[in-house]
Design a protein around this ligand. Structure first.
Ligand code: KQY
Length: 364
């Protein structure tokens, strides 16, 4: 594996493909951290296994597990899912597995961004994060892909979406947050995105999902479903704190154009009713340093937008909410050639993210 420091993907003719382009595989990480996953992670591991199996119907899934969890992962996951021992601090493959880029002859390379647990010592979620931060490079080595080193720039995979045709979508709340790249202006951040993702237009949504502890990653509020088309997490309840956040994004998208000069077609995806954590669930979480990780009644950042686009399916969360079915039907209509598989995801949500956050695609 070559570590590339002197060049950038766009200078070398590489671009980040959209998630709806074909994949050769998907990376996941087996959860075990007791201050993220309630009651030692038993239920989370079962939910992750269901996600892995749904994706593995149409692409090769690789699950990274710690030395302590390797045997358990191997026993829980079917034989066609590859399990490799790799240390991590937690289980967010979207955020610290490599972002993959591809050139016109089909060569794939990775990008190793800096990772600081969603805000470092400013407002990050745990310390240390050193094992997470090494995963992109280790995974590129395992997959025999050369890797662009961009560790001086803090970025998580869940904070970017691309359409594969020159457009990237981010949120201001996340990319301009003080805990990531405080020395860089918005223009300088855009320049990094242009150089590393090979995009010419960056759409800056103002906000994400209420109480999303990643400083509101884009992958929980809005996702491309096709070039020029997005789904946006939406509530009709004007009294809900989320309403103004989603409306600000809608207003922004309605006046935006993408890299090809297209207006963006916005499909509203309903949100579930507010999901809050129970006292019993909180009792099952270890403290993070000396602070309780969550408090009973706290609202979790539940959103159906946090789905994964697999080769033959859409793997989306369900919350046992009346809106589950409507959200599933909307996604089915937008992806007629893929089967929508809905997985009950409360045990993933309690960790602070959802199905998109725990997966990272490797393009063909
Ligand atoms: O991408 C994500 N949504 C990660 C959230 C991390 C939460 C840590 N408890």
């Amino acid at each position: 594996m070559k570590i590339i420091k002197a060049s950038t993907p766009s200078a070398d003719g590489f671009r980040m493909p959209a998630e709806y382009e074909p994949h050769q595989g998907c990376i996941m990480i087996f959860p075990e951290r007791a201050d993220s996953w309630q009651y030692g992670g038993y239920a989370a591991r079962k939910a992750f296994a269901k996600v892995a199996e749904a994706i593995a119907r149409s692409e090769k899934v690789t699950v990274c597990a710690s030395a302590a969890q390797y045997d358990n992962a191997r026993a829980l996951l079917p034989a066609h899912i590859r399990v490799v021992e790799m240390s991590s601090n937690d289980a967010w493959a979207r955020d610290y597995a490599p972002t993959f880029v591809k050139n016109d002859t089909g060569v794939i390379r990775g990008i190793d961004w800096g990772f600081n647990a969603w805000g470092g010592l400013h407002d990050g979620l745990y310390f240390p994060w050193d094992k997470d931060d090494r995963m992109a490079r280790k995974l590129c080595d395992l997959l025999e892909k050369d890797v662009y080193c961009k560790r001086d720039f803090i970025l998580e995979g869940g904070s970017i979406h691309v359409d594969g045709q020159g457009t990237c979508m981010v949120t201001e709340s996340c990319l301009l947050s003080k805990g990531r790249n405080p020395g860089l202006s918005r223009q300088e951040i855009e320049e990094v995105l242009r150089a590393y993702l090979n995009v010419s237009a960056v759409l800056w949504l103002p906000r994400g999902i209420y109480n999303d502890e990643t400083n509101e990653h884009v992958d929980n509020i809005c996702a491309f479903t096709a070039p020029g088309e997005v789904v946006l997490a939406w509530t009709e309840d004007e009294g809900d704190v989320q309403y103004a956040m989603s409306k600000a994004c809608l207003d922004y998208l309605e006046q935006a154009v993408d890299a090809k000069g297209r207006k963006i077609k916005v499909h509203k995806l309903p949100l579930p009713k507010p999901v809050t954590i129970t006292e019993e669930e909180c009792q099952g979480l270890d403290a993070c340093w000396d602070e309780p990780t969550r408090t009973a009644g706290e609202r979790l950042a539940a959103s159906y937008v946090n789905f994964y686009i697999a080769n033959d399916s859409i793997v989306m969360p369900g919350f046992r909410d009346p809106a589950d079915q409507a959200a599933k039907e909307i996604l089915q209509g937008l992806f007629p050639d893929r089967q929508v598989v809905q997985i009950y995801a409360r045990d993933i949500l309690i960790g602070g993210g959802n199905i998109h956050c725990i997966t990272q695609q490797i393009p063909v």
